[in-house]
Design a protein around this ligand. Sequence first.
Ligand code: 6SG
Length: 231
Amino acid sequence: MCRLQPPVPKLKEIAEYDSEVGEVGPYTITYFGVRGRCGAMRIMMADQGQEWKEIVVDFADWMKGDLKATCVFGQLPKLEDGGFALYQSNAILRHLGRNHDAYGKDGKEAALIDMMCDGVEDLRLKYVKMIYQEYDTGKDVYIKDLPNHLDKFEAVMAKNKTGFLVGDKPSFADYSLFEVLLNHLVLCSSCLDTFPSLKSFVEKMSARPKIKTFLDSEAYKKLPINGNGKQ
Ligand code: 6SG
């Protein structure tokens, strides 16, 4: 069997493996009360039919520093998978990809999925920089330049023809792209109008029943996209 695709652990096995949070479910996300760096992993877990628990940290508590001191890089999100703790949102997405068979069918597909995830990360970093540091002065320039980034994803999506970036089912990179595109549609509702493959991708992902239920939920809708209220 491909080492990148271990069998999905059964709930019972995770509960036995976990000595601390076994009764509340196999996964726990610890993060601030925003979509932010957890948007994609939440959508992925919802689509995979995987339940998870949320620990929401408020900023005043975070500033006390105790939790920060326990985090490997002094930052959130943190994912607990039973007794196993993981930081860095993209490492978490990859872990979920391995656990839920959303990391390609072989090593080459996995490498392409990694490549696309890193491409999404580059766009996400530009977006986050604009939101947190340059919103008032840089938003218009950002939107003007956006097609020069989206066209790369459009080309990959159009070439693959399956409705997904790599292979014929969603990978963690698709969930990450989907979530970043949802945020960009809030920033600029017409940003996908010249990108038919991306537009269709967002429509189809949004219509997947478990994603639709999640996106329609109060738990999702009540969370701001970003921590500073800009979107
Ligand atoms: C912030 O940057 O939410 N983690 C953030 N901030 C707190 O002390 N490379 C990794 C990854 O991919 C990046 C992690 C990320 O996982 S996310 C973190 O831990 C720190 O550094 C963006 C986000 N911001 C909202 C937020 C809540 C508390 C601190 C940041 C409320 C909003 C802004 C200030 C107070 Fe706030």
